[in-house]
Design a protein around this ligand. Structure first.
Ligand SMILES: Cc1ncc(COP(=O)(O)O)c(C=O)c1O
Length: 406
């Protein structure tokens, strides 16, 4: 079990905002002191570029930066050279789509996805569909965006080259059967791409066990710095894929005729100076999460969510969209109250949540509303904070929501 009080002491944001209940962890998470220290230490003692210098500082930076691949390798159960550092989950997904557009989708094909996806896992595919002979098809889902394997099997056909889904929905917290979808994709010779933005920070992700081909996630949603993402890919796939960005650091040689020889993966995907301190911080964040234990984190979050939902269900002024999901955010609305007004009211009570469509702009096709409030919890949140949020939710009404503006 987690020692949450001890964990909370690791987070300066919690100490510095004692009145705030931060339930917007789906957007970004707080950073523990160890991550902040690692970033500051690099600036104060380690500043230098990577893979370029012939001096001790630069060699040390290389060691820390590339050492993070080992840490993420342990975190995901993959080889270090299967870990590419990008700017964020979005950048990883754009790289994946570009890479596949020049391999398995070169001559066209179908991409199977869902209507519950975040924009970052749809818009790159849409652009590809516009430019190439690529079709986007949606696997039907139930009312909380869940794919049944029966529906997935019905949607599957020989033209499908890629299945691309979020492991966990950022609005509803629905957990897709990724392992089964991977097996289905492989049965047809297709690939599976997983958007892990909302899963990797909250549950053990073993890419070997899941047998996913390509996975994207962001550091900032798992206690790490902003501006860093990870693209995991099976090494042979990465070797086949072309990089989206070209420049220094990723080529082995080129000549005046324009003949370019790229380095191998993962370096060939990391053109230009990377976010060195961010990557080092991500390594510290991953170690921090592993020291707590991803299974412990998942178990704690499940029980906290169950507690929060059981209290929220008692509120007559609140409509919940995903009461039966066991993990992920709670999506709700105040009955008859515009989501942003209600979120504004909660903010006036010291509760930080997000409202709107959460970048999943076609999810309303599934849940029938494009405006929800999202309360997303993390392992440093407590039952007391859930109670405070519930108390504040009791006050959501048209009068109160309007009241905050006058
Ligand atoms: C499911 C999902 N995919 C993609 C993203 C994009 O992540 P980022 O903004 O870090 O690139 C998010 C962010 O909220 C997300 O929740």
């Amino acid at each position: 079990m987690l020692d949450v009080e001890k964990i909370r002491a690791d987070f300066p944001m919690i100490r510095n905002h004692p009145e705030l209940v931060y339930f917007d962890n789906g957007a970004t998470t707080f950073k523990p002191q160890a991550v902040i220290d690692a970033v500051v230490h690099f600036y104060e003692y380690g500043t230098s570029n990577v893979h370029r210098g012939d001096y001790a500082l630069s060699a040390e930076a290389d060691k820390l930066y590339d050492g993070t691949r080992d840490i993420i390798g342990e975190f995901l159960n993959c080889r270090p050279d299967e870990v590419v550092f990008t700017a964020n989950d979005t950048a990883s997904l754009n790289q994946i789509v570009y890479g596949l557009s020049r391999t398995v989708l070169k001559d066209g094909g179908t991409v199977l996805t869902t209507e519950a996806e975040h924009a970052s896992n749809l818009l790159p595919w849409y652009r590809l569909a516009e430019e190439r002979n690529v079709k986007i098809e949606y696997i039907p889902t139930d009312a909380v965006g869940l794919i049944s394997m029966d529906d997935a099997r019905k949607a599957m056909h020989d033209g499908v080259k890629v299945i691309s889904v979020a492991h966990v929905s950022n609005v509803l917290g629905t957990v897709q059967p990724v392992k089964e979808l991977a097996a289905l994709a492989h049965e047809y010779g297709a690939l599976i791409v997983v958007d892990g933005a909302q899963s990797v920070p909250h549950r053990k992700t073993d890419v070997k066990d899941l047998d996913v081909d390509l996975l994207a996630f962001s550091s900032h949603k798992m206690c790490g710095p902003d501006g860093v993402g990870v693209l995991y890919g099976k090494h042979e796939l990465l070797e086949q894929m072309d990089p989206l960005l070209l420049g220094g650091g990723m080529n082995a040689r080129f000549n005046a005729c324009g003949e370019v020889t790229l380095k191998h993966a993962p370096e060939k995907f990391e053109a230009g100076t990377p976010n060195i301190e961010g990557v080092i911080g991500l390594g510290v964040a991953a170690k921090y999460l592993m020291s707590i234990g991803m299974d412990n984190i998942e178990e704690y979050e499940r029980s906290l969510r169950a507690y929060f939902v059981s209290k929220a269900k008692e509120l007559e002024n609140i409509e919940i969209y995903n009461p039966d999901n066991e993990t992920g955010p709670l999506a709700f609305n105040g009955k008859g109250v515009f989501a942003q007004d209600a979120a504004g009211y909660l903010a006036s009570q010291g509760i930080a949540v997000r409202s709107g469509n959460h970048c999943a702009k076609i999810l309303h096709e599934i849940i029938g509303t494009d405006q929800t409030i999202r309360a997303s919890l993390y392992f440093y949140n407590t039952k007391e904070e859930a109670d405070r949020c519930i108390e504040a939710m009791k006050g959501i009404s048209i009068e109160n929501a309007i009241g905050i503006f006058f």
